[in-house]
Ligand binder design. Structure first.
Ligand SMILES: Nc1ncnc2c1ncn2[C@@H]1O[C@H](COP(=O)(O)OP(=O)(O)OP(=O)(O)O)[C@@H](O)[C@H]1O
Ligand SMILES: Nc1ncnc2c1ncn2[C@@H]1O[C@H](COP(=O)(O)OP(=O)(O)OP(=O)(O)O)[C@@H](O)[C@H]1O
Ligand SMILES: [Mg+2]
Ligand SMILES: [Mg+2]
Lengths: 257, 257
């Protein structure tokens, strides 16, 4: 059976895309076939892996609106064996409004994934910074949600709103939705606030906080400008090591092969 | 006449709220009466200025849906003379869906501001990280849009999408919408990428880029946890000085008193 994990947090700029891209690529490098779904109209995960988003192409929008099927739309990611991507395109900006009056509007992604003749062992979904229909589709399709938490004040404040939404989705749309974990991101050990947020998150979430903490590491913010994951841009960096650790934790936890 | 400036960028975490809060407070400290409108359901601008967002209270949602008037909803900001805020509350998460079928849904904020018996010399609007109806309402109500640009790769990529939306709004909803300027944020002089993004932005936008650059400064990320603007948390910091400079530039440019 395929494991579907969505990377969500309505707070902007907390490391959702950086986590989706580098976790998916990390899993692929460990030999686990992975599909990355880019559900953000900004299409950062798509461009961050070297796929030109200015070229009009069919992608996530067409899968959501039922105009084409995921297995025909997914693309191989350049230089990364075992990794395919359902690319995003700015046409996704219109999908939320177009879906508002559609039948079963929250289940479009779940149904599109269910129609796929075959899926790899794991699917990772990158979400936009909002709680609109795109993120709701991801939370409804997923088995679990991985929550990147930037070690800053505003990011911690937003968590309770996200958990309220997760509970609502679990009650009304997806009873099996669980929290894969809270991943601390952009952690700068020299910064007091980061330690305060990290302590507070562990007090709140206990064991749900991943042991691995993603450090603030400039190589992570450079790699998308080369269209590569951190593992192909700078394998020896602290950012690459941290995301490999998270990938390995998921492989062990879910027995991925 | 009142000048209405919205702080917008659909890319998440680029410094919209930090700019809205510290620019509004900076203007107020210079003696210019200012209204800050928090149009983000995350309500970060509201909590960043020390107003409890967990307490149910009427605010921006009620103004948008025409249930109450801005002059009754706006609150004084603790310890900051000359500054009032139209607070946000998580109920704003529902406003976008509720407005979809409403008459003149894009003009709700513009009309609410027009109904106010009196407005201060300047209104600053903080927007969520999306191009949905909340941001569209802000762009339709505003005379100009100030674009915070984080000095990172993904942030620069998103600018063309934002400018496309601004042109669309100018053509269809608000012919007088101009670009107040592009403000470089979280600039870390030690980081190559920051210089590359800054050079690229100046090549693209020329004189529209503010001369003042907001440095990456940990004091800016600490101040919201104390419910204060940077000017009241650490007046001597580089972050405070930079936002005071931007405030003064706006005062001179628009003859604010
Ligand atoms: N650990 C890290 N160290 C340094 N920079 C990072 C790190 N993680 C992410 N970044 C950078 O911070 C910025 C925000 O990260 P990212 O775009 O992944 O967040 P996001 O949550 O996906 O944003 P959005 O809400 O817009 O979708 C990006 O420019 C990214 O390159
Ligand atoms: N110049 C700066 N130096 C250091 N930290 C900063 C700076 N500007 C903003 N920050 C911090 O970076 C994070 C993102 O900033 P902020 O929340 O203002 O962005 P935003 O664009 O409003 O985010 P969102 O898209 O979620 O609304 C916050 O934790 C903030 O405290
Ligand atoms: Mg993203
Ligand atoms: Mg904000």
């Amino acid at each position: 059976a395929t494991r579907i994990v969505c990377i969500a947090n309505q707070k902007g700029g907390v490391g959702k895309t950086t986590t989706a891209v580098n976790l998916a690529a990390g899993l692929a490098i460990e030999g686990v076939r992975t599909l990355l779904v880019d559900l953000d109209p900004q299409a950062n995960a798509t461009s961050g892996l070297g796929i030109d988003t200015k070229v009009p192409r069919r992608g996530a929008y067409h899968a959501l609106l039922g105009m084409d099927e995921i297995h025909r739309l997914a693309l191989p990611v350049p230089e990364v064996e075992n990794l395919t991507i359902l690319p995003a395109h700015p046409d996704l900006f219109g999908a939320e409004v177009e879906l508002v009056d559609a039948i079963a509007r929250e289940f479009r992604l779940k149904e599109a994934l269910a129609r796929a003749p075959s899926l790899p062992p794991i699917v990772i979904i990158d979400c936009p910074p909002s709680l609109g229909l795109l993120t709701i589709n991801a939370l409804t399709a997923a088995h679990s949600v991985l929550i990147p938490l930037q070690c800053e004040y505003y990011a911690l404040e937003g968590i309770s709103q996200l958990l309220t939404t997760v509970q609502l989705i679990r009650r009304r749309l997806n009873p099996s939705l669980s929290v894969e974990g809270v991943l601390l991101t952009m952690f700068d050990a020299r910064n007091n606030l980061a330690h305060q947020v990290s302590d507070e998150a562990r007090r709140h979430f206990g064991a749900e906080v991943f042991e691995t903490v993603i450090p603030r590491n400039v190589r992570l913010s450079e790699s998308p400008s080369f269209g590569r994951s951190i593992h192909h841009y700078d394998r020896a960096s602290r950012g690459a090591a941290a995301y490999r650790e998270v990938a390995r934790a998921l492989i062990v936890r879910h027995g991925l092969q």
